[in-house]
Design a protein around this ligand. Structure first.
Ligand code: CDP
Ligand code: CDP
Length: 229
């Protein structure tokens, strides 16, 4: 069957990456977490005290950043590497989460990462999740999903995840962060978070992850049949 591109966009903690990973595994596609790339850049900026409002400093820093994904056989999915080091344990921490939308709004950062994302998707047969995949990175993706969910449900999911990594963060702080990121991500000038006209909206508030994956798989199968004809 034809190898298609599946773009999954939407707000934080709607289940984009969990769904994308499971759909990719089921279809034998590659999964690419575009948010991890923005997080890796943010982590580098924090570690190297890069001033985001100094364009020269930002350009110089970007020249030194190499992001790659390496498949972990044991886990069954790819992990993010920054200049050769596995940074999965660092990039999901609150200190990165607090800064990532500000850094992601910089046009020069977006252009670099979007170029790399397009190269990664060249052979098709991929599932990529993020904020601008269906609208900007792959406007020709055969299947576009836009995920939404209730803010309180999303915050609860994120808190549970952080607790599993021994990070105790209060619900008000998580909610505040989600609201702030939603706002910056939706209002930035360069490639804001938007639902593509041809995207299918899924509200995951009252869906289990399995139900959500099933919905995307059904749509993907339909698209693969249509595009194979
Ligand atoms: O996992 P979560 O939904 O919290 O976020 P993520 O997918 O890891 O993305 C982190 C941040 O990166 C988002 O809040 C956006 O600011 C930025 N991002 C973006 O601007 N464009 C993308 N394609 C993906 C992420
Ligand atoms: O990528 P995104 O930020 O949209 O969300 P995620 O990281 O895939 O999901 C955040 C958390 O919500 C994960 O622990 C998922 O297992 C959980 N989740 C859930 O409990 N029910 C859903 N329908 C979707 C996600």
């Amino acid at each position: 069957m034809r190898k298609i591109i599946i773009a999954i966009d939407g707000f934080s903690a709607c289940g984009k990456s969990s769904t994308a990973k499971m759909v990719a595994n089921k279809l034998g596609f590659n999964y690419i977490d575009s948010g991890a790339m923005y997080r890796a850049v943010t982590y580098y900026f924090i570690e190297h005290y890069i001033n985001p409002s100094n364009p020269k400093e930002v350009e110089k820093a970007l020249d030194k950043i190499d992001i790659s994904f390496i498949f972990n056989e044991k886990l069954g999915f790819s992990e993010t590497y920054l200049n050769g080091s596995n940074v999965e344990g660092h990039i999901r921490k609150m200190e990165v989460t607090q800064r990532v939308s500000e850094i992601s709004a910089l046009p020069v950062v977006r252009r670099r990462l979007v170029d790399q994302q397009r190269k990664l998707g060249k052979k098709r047969g991929i599932v990529m999740d993020g904020r601008d995949i269906g609208t900007n990175v792959f406007p020709d993706a055969e299947l576009k999903i836009f995920m939404v969910a209730d803010l309180t449900v999303r915050a609860g999911r994120r808190q549970k995840e952080l607790l599993e990594k021994d990070q105790l963060v209060g619900l008000p702080e998580i909610k505040e962060n989600l609201k702030k990121r939603d706002k910056i991500d939706s209002e930035r000038e360069e490639n804001p978070l938007r639902k593509a006209k041809d995207a299918y909206e899924i509200d995951s508030s009252y869906l289990t992850l399995e139900e959500q994956v099933e919905k995307v798989l059904q749509l993907a199968t339909e698209k693969m049949i249509i595009h194979n004809e």
